[in-house]
Design a protein around this ligand. Structure first.
Ligand code: MN
Length: 731
């Protein structure tokens, strides 16, 4: 195993004064934390983070990143915590290690879900710091290098994931070398038979073709020299996976591929590139359909070269890439992510290969706006999306700002409609919480629930909004229907008849209604009078009874009168508790617990609210900003999502507490009460204190329609000369 001083020495080869203290501290901390843990191979676990750190030194990365490499598995696999790492290594390193901990979830998820593209996106979205990705790639590379000890099924799964996610990611970041190694390693495990076949074939071929390869490059160089072009012609070494991929994508057999030779011709000027092209096309037959000019039309990442295929000197097909030295540099060190082939090992040093990446990171660190920078370098980040998991590992992508309610509807409308709460990463949280990338969301459901219409203003997806609207319409209709039945039962009983659904259904045409449900809902809404229904069933009824009874009962006989249950709350403190439940128009509670507003602040429509459940006392409603809520921080399981269910035209009033600082002068209190009364609000309670001679402080409990109403009152109060300050108190 690499020693502490060896790691420092590695860093010292490319850093003037390495932060030795940091490296040593991370080394010792990770070693102690992983302690006796073993890898599947039987090696001490610590050898893994250490090798990851070593790979990161190959990439010539900074000490912070290397420390993160050492620490990358500590939060997930040991008793280390984010907090401890923050304290010992600073918040920045803590943040990076946590990012890697989050990415670990990907490994678990991809066991079950095959969603490579989404996973790649998630990976990018979580990695707000490019160094998280670099450590993750180094982590994966070391795991791939040591994959041999795993059970074949497991190693195959990990290799598939590497092939689908990590190798393309490395490619996208311009790390062609790393991509090749990941692909070749993966190929071995995903398809061992094909790997062996291609490998042995390539070995044979290499022997057989050694002379042909030399002949082709010799002939090419010579022909070009005759036209005064100094060119370097290099044969491109074939890799098993790239051969295999060609067989697959081009539907060619191994033999057909074997006579394809790849060469790169590097010259000094662009002019010479086209001259070279003209020469090879003149001297040898060109294979149709294989010509591409990326010099006049560069690839998105600035890659430039001419690609063509000719029938070479000994009748083999020869693939050529023609480029200048400068283009060659760009392809190697630029942000290029698509260099199609790798150089032979002769002049392709690892340090050079990663120089561009190092540059990328430095630029990122210097940039004021990393988002803009990443955008600029075409590292596709999906900043406007957030990716979350279902407990089964399905990935749901949502717009930024989405809530668990949006999530529920994105999974299925039924799940949204029955959503009453949620767990985020295992913890119960309000359903209005904004989702973060990588959150695992479990929706708590109840079939007796329908979504509160107020959720329409919380959700961000159109799907959720329209579904909520539809569901609340249906729920309202159902309620009115039930109410209609009750009204009819009562009114029928009053006149000595029995409510029989069948009888009424038979006479629906007399009521000019098509369906029983419509009719009942309309009775519930007060649009059909119960007496009309009675008369429809029994047209004779009026003659027998109406004169004596209907007058006295005229009010009650209409649906409307029944419907106007006492809806205005009387809020004397004693009555609050007893009457609350029937009248507070709140959704999100579906049991028989008493419910009340927090005495110290109240709550009004427009406030986002939560309920705190006390199993003995019931539910107390708080605005989410109420400071007193912090008392309950420790037991989030007692937090209940609530929302208002208030009709626009409501006459209900809701409690709020305000504080007024005013001049202690005669008439001040009268002014205050006048303004409050003028706004059709009531004062429920009033406390006055005189802190200093000239000023008085009032605490007033008022009743208002909603937040807008309250704000208007406060504005007008503040505008008074005698009033220094008028504000809401949130307890
Ligand atoms: Mn690891």
């Amino acid at each position: 195993m690499m020693r502490q001083y060896e790691l420092v020495e590695r860093v010292a080869t490319y850093t003037k004064e390495p932060n030795e203290a940091l490296l040593n501290k991370a080394y010792v901390y990770a070693m102690q934390k992983h302690g006796e843990q073993k890898r599947a191979s039987g090696d001490p676990y610590f050898s893994h983070p250490l090798e990851v750190a070593a790979i990161l030194t190959d990439l010539k990365l900074d000490e912070d990143t290397i420390a993160v490499g050492l620490l990358h598995d500590t939060i997930e696999d040991t008793d280390a915590t984010r907090r401890e790492i923050d304290e010992m290594f600073g918040e920045k390193i803590g943040h990076l290690v946590e990012g890697l901990t989050k990415l670990k979830r990907l490994d678990l998820v991809s066991k079950r879900a095959k969603q490579a593209e989404n996973l790649r996106r998630l990976l990018l979205a979580i990695s707000d710091d490019i160094r998280v990705l670099l450590v993750k790639l180094a982590d994966r590379l070391h795991n791939m290098r040591t994959l041999g000890v795993m059970r074949p099924d497991k190693s195959k799964r990990i290799a598939t994931e590497t092939m689908e996610i990590y190798a393309p990611l490395a490619g996208r970041m311009g790390m062609q070398d790393l991509r090749d190694e990941l692909e070749e390693l993966s190929f071995r495990y995903i398809n061992p038979e094909a790997y062996e076949t291609v490998m042995s074939y390539l070995r044979e071929l290499g022997e057989k073709n050694r002379s042909i390869t030399a002949e082709i490059s010799g002939t090419l160089e010579q022909r070009l020299a005759e036209r005064n072009i100094t060119a370097k012609v290099k044969s491109r070494q074939k890799k098993p996976y790239s051969v295999f991929r060609k067989m697959e994508t081009k539907q060619l057999g191994l033999e057909q591929l074997s006579d394809i030779f790849g060469f790169r011709v590097i010259v000094d000027t662009i002019e010479q590139c086209y001259l070279t092209l003209g020469i090879v096309h003149t001297d040898w037959a060109m294979v149709p359909g294989r010509f591409k000019d990326f010099i006049s039309v560069p690839k998105q990442n600035d890659y430039q070269s001419i690609h063509t295929t000719i029938v070479g000197p000994s009748k083999q097909r020869v693939e050529l890439q023609i480029r200048t030295w400068k283009m060659h540099e760009v392809a190697e060190y630029g942000i290029a992510a698509h260099a199609a082939y790798k150089e032979g090992d002769d002049d392709f040093s690892h340090s050079k290969a990663y120089a561009s990446l190092r540059k990328t990171i430095e630029q990122l660190a210097e940039s004021d706006n990393p988002e803009e920078f990443l955008e600029h370098t075409k590292l596709e980040l999906f900043l406007d999306q957030v990716f979350c998991f279902t407990p089964k590992g399905q990935i749901i992508s949502l717009p930024t700002g989405a809530t668990p309610i949006d999530f529920a509807y994105a999974v299925h409308t039924d799940i949204g409609d029955s959503c009453i709460g949620c767990k985020l990463n295992g913890k119960i949280m309000p359903v209005i919480t904004e989702l973060q990338n990588g959150d695992e969301v479990e929706i708590i459901r109840s079939d007796s629930q329908s979504p509160p219409s107020a959720w329409q203003s919380v959700v961000v997806t159109g799907k959720a909004r329209s579904a909520i609207r539809r569901a609340s319409r249906q729920a309202a209709r159902k309620q009115y229907r039930t109410l209609g039945v009750r009204i009819l039962e009562r009114e029928f009983a009053k006149v000595g008849m029995t409510y029989e659904a069948d009888e009424i259904e038979a006479v629906l045409p007399r009521l000019a209604r098509e369906s029983m449900d419509d009719m009942l809902a309309q009775v519930g809404r007060g649009e059909i009078k119960p007496m009309d229904v009675i008369l429809a069933v029994n047209p004779e009824f009026k003659h027998e009874h109406s004169d004596t009874k209907s007058k006295a009962n005229s009010d009650q006989s209409s649906g409307r009168s029944f419907f106007s249950l006492p809806t205005i709350m009387r809020r004397t403190p004693e009555k609050r508790k007893s009457e609350k439940r029937a009248h507070i128009p709140i959704r999100g509670v579906n049991d028989d617990l008493p419910i009340e507003f927090a005495a110290e602040c109240g709550a009004v429509p427009g406030d986002q609210i939560v309920g705190i459940l006390d199993p003995d006392k019931g539910i107390t409603i708080y605005p989410v900003e109420a400071p007193s809520l912090s008392r309950f921080k420790g037991d989030k399981e007692h937090w209940i999502d609530l929302s208002w269910d208030v009709e626009e035209a409501t006459k209900d009033r809701f409690p709020a507490r305000i504080r007024i600082l005013a001049k202690n002068a005669p008439g001040t209190l009268a002014d205050i009460s006048r303004i409050i009364a003028h706004h059709e609000s009531n004062i429920q309670n009033l406390n006055m204190q005189v802190p200093v001679d000239d000023f008085a402080e009032f605490e007033i409990d008022v009743e208002v329609k909603d937040l807008v109403h309250l704000t208007r009152i406060l504005q007008q109060l503040s505008a008074q000369k005698v009033i220094t300050k008028a504000e809401r108190l949130l307890g």
